[in-house]
Design a binder for this molecule. Structure first.
Ligand code: SMG
Ligand code: MG
Length: 368
């Protein structure tokens, strides 16, 4: 394919309720979307970078800047662009994986729409629906948390993830276990809020039979996670630290993780995400699909990815209404704790023009 142009869109979507993590509170999602246009059609990508560099070093204005000034011009200059060529074409530019991932996603969508194949089929899907977990933010009080968790269990979510930070860890986990029992699949995510010196505190989570503890230590502290894994019984899962298939292989080799959270944006795209899946599968490491408060576009692609065989744990692939009253695509609706894997060409969903227009704050066309 030759790209005739690329449109960058900024979309502002209010969240149904504030979402608090160890790095801050969010009540609106400022999303960067990418639309690539070819002679025969178009494709959509979504950038998972947050408004500020607080989850990782990337942030949405930075992603837009690098796309506009470096990444998109590199693809527009190429005579032949395919999804598999995107990473090599952009390799001269270091880092910026979330920005690269959004562009590659849009190219992949355009390519698959043109050939009539779904994301799921192209990635190697083996299921037509995926079990869904939900990520529960830090609350003001334990009673409030129990209400929220109870509501999600009533909706049918098959796994609960509690966001934790120092001062909000053992007590909320204990309270959820006491109220809802040992049968609930339960895990925690610290988003790097602890240090190895907290190992004795984190070991106090051992009796609660958690599925995993996600990213307790700093992004770069892979050896620290390996040491922590020797000091606690809860399996250690890495999120922020895994930025490529290579870093996954290294972390596994070092004993830093028993489980991996795969987020396509964090690793530079869906094609690299599949490689992370393959590396983990080869080592017997279970994986699950993370979430970055995606719109229906990113959600569609994540659900497709989560239907690969190595995704043996429920993901943060919750329904659209977990975060948004109105999505920009047809909403993803939970059914018996599962979401259906889209089957149409490409993402299998597209923005509904009126819904997209209502939340679009800026648009820029790059190309001829
Ligand atoms: O999309 O369901 C979602 C969010 C899941 O907790 C979630 N994501 O570290 O895994 C994580 C966080 C990162 C984003 S929090 C603003
Ligand atoms: Mg996480």
């Amino acid at each position: 394919m030759k790209l005739s142009g690329v449109e960058l869109l900024r979309v502002r979507m209010p969240l149904v309720a504030p979402f608090r993590t160890s790095f801050g509170t969010q009540d609106v999602r400022d999303v960067l979307l990418v639309r690539v246009v070819t002679a025969t059609g178009e494709g959509w990508g979504e950038c998972c970078a947050m408004a500020g560099p607080v989850y990782s070093s990337e942030y949405v204005d930075g992603a837009e800047h690098v796309l506009r000034n470096f990444l998109v011009p590199a693809l527009l200059a190429a005579d032949e662009v395919t999804a598999h060529k995107v990473a090599p074409l952009l390799a001269a530019y270091k880092g910026h994986r979330m920005a690269k991932a959004a562009l590659e996603m849009a190219v992949l969508d355009a390519e698959l729409r043109a050939s009539g194949q779904s994301f799921a089929t192209a990635l190697g899907s083996t299921r037509d629906s995926v079990p869904c977990g939900v990520s529960v933010g830090i609350m003001d009080s334990v009673p409030q948390l129990l209400d929220v968790v109870g509501g999600y269990l009533d909706e049918g979510y098959v796994r609960i993830k509690l966001k934790i930070e120092p001062g909000w860890d053992v007590a909320p986990v204990r309270a959820v276990r006491e109220r809802f029992g040992d049968g609930v699949l339960l895990q925690v995510d610290a988003n790097t809020a602890y240090t190895l010196a907290d190992a004795p505190l984190l070991a106090r989570l051992d009796p609660f039979g958690l599925l995993l503890i996600e990213q307790p230590l700093a992004e770069e502290d892979v050896l620290g996670h390996a040491e922590l894994a020797r000091r606690i019984r809860t399996p250690v899962c890495l999120d922020e630290s895994i930025v490529s298939a290579r870093s996954a292989a290294d972390a596994i080799r070092l004993g830093a993780c028993a489980i991996v959270n795969i987020k396509p944006g964090r690793v530079g795209g869906y094609l690299e995400a599949r490689r992370v899946h393959d590396v983990c599968a080869a080592h017997g490491i279970p994986v699950w699909c993370g979430g970055m408060i995606e719109t229906g576009l990113g959600r569609a692609a994540n659900v497709a990815l989560a239907s690969l065989p190595g995704f043996t744990l429920p993901g943060d692939t919750s329904a659209s209404d977990r975060f948004y009253r109105t999505d920009i695509t047809e909403p993803f609706v939970l059914k018996d704790g599962h979401l259906p894997v889209p089957t149409g060409p490409g993402l299998g969903v597209a923005p509904v023009p009126g819904l997209l227009a209502a939340v679009t704050t800026a648009k820029a066309w790059l190309g001829s």
